[in-house]
Design a protein around this ligand. Structure first.
Ligand SMILES: [Zn+2]
Length: 49
């Protein structure tokens, strides 16, 4: 999603929905934990060695 698309999404859907959507993007499909935005690794079940 581009910056402009993000802004349009916020305008149309509200910041709450936008933040929820952003959070979901960084959710581990295995455990539902938070995934690192930099390397895509889950903090919960795939911690950095
Ligand atoms: Zn996980």
């Amino acid at each position: 999603m581009s910056m402009i698309e993000n802004l349009e999404f916020i305008r149309d859907n509200g910041i709450d929905k936008f933040l929820r959507q952003q959070t979901k993007k960084y959710e581990c499909p295995t455990c539902g934990g938070v995934v690192c935005v930099h390397n895509g690794r889950c903090y919960e079940c795939a911690p950095m060695a």
